[in-house]
Design a binder for this molecule. Structure first.
Ligand SMILES: [Fe+2]
Length: 246
């Protein structure tokens, strides 16, 4: 598929359905990255989120499923160092937010650059791209029928750091608040790193037990985020509101 076809496919009006998607995670590399295969069984196509570290393993996991799309949560090497190889193997377009591509001054023929709220068609399923800045200026989360892929924005009992280029703790506070208000508590959360003792949670559990969601103001959040950049080590533990975190 060439770039104009890819863009056309993703800007058409689609009647998205509540189809089931199967999600498989691969824990790859030495930074506990979680790479996801999001499969739409009715059409046998799949999207790969944040291809990195071991493209052969990703292709093996896909098997006969056709990888039609590649999604990027943010432009950090540990989430994308397999992109070129996976594009070469599949010819799939790479979806990311326009603001992320602009910040890092990257552009590739295979990019499909999105704005907040746009939908990517994966067979009959819509993958909604949400702009959740903070960990990086154009960080994205992806909503697939009640499954929320949070990249570097939210981890289980944690969240992304804000001390790298383009990081902004005030923006991350508002992004996390947006997610907790936008989706119901039963929404499944699939983070971009395996930093807890489990890989999947619900938004409701995160609201109760993620200390980064307990902060009363943007300023308090920024101070809390900075204080935990250096010394909070995985596995992250659940924290009741008001309890200390170490
Ligand atoms: Fe990151």
């Amino acid at each position: 598929m060439d770039k104009s076809q890819a863009i056309q496919r993703h800007t058409l009006e689609h009647e998205f359905q509540e189809l089931t998607t199967n999600v498989r995670s691969l824990k790859l590399g030495d930074m506990d990255n979680l790479v996801y295969l999001i499969e739409e069984p009715d059409t046998g196509c799949a999207a790969v989120l944040d291809p990195a570290w071991d493209v052969e393993a990703i292709l093996d996991a896909a098997g006969d499923t056709v990888i039609t799309d590649i999604l990027i949560s943010h432009w950090h090497d540990d989430h994308l160092n397999g992109v070129e190889e996976l594009v070469a193997a599949t010819g799939a377009p790479v979806h990311l937010l326009d603001s992320e591509a602009a910040f890092w001054e990257v552009d590739k023929d295979y990019f499909v650059r999105h704005a907040d709220g746009e939908c990517i068609a994966l067979g009959g399923v819509g993958i909604q791209v949400l702009h959740t800045p903070g960990h990086s200026p154009g960080s994205a989360c992806f909503n697939v029928n009640g499954k929320l892929f949070t990249g570097g924005t939210m981890f289980i009992y944690g969240c992304g750091r804000c001390d790298m280029p383009g990081g902004d703790a005030i923006a991350l506070y508002h992004s996390l608040n947006r997610l907790t208000k936008m989706f119901p508590p039963e929404t499944l959360v699939y983070p971009g790193h395996d930093y807890a003792r489990k890989q999947v949670s619900t938004l409701g559990e995160q609201i109760r037990l993620n200390p980064f969601l307990h902060q009363p103001s943007a300023e308090a959040f920024a101070a809390f985020r900075a204080a935990h950049d250096e010394h909070r080590q995985p596995p992250y533990q659940p924290v009741l509101r008001g309890d200390p975190v170490w």
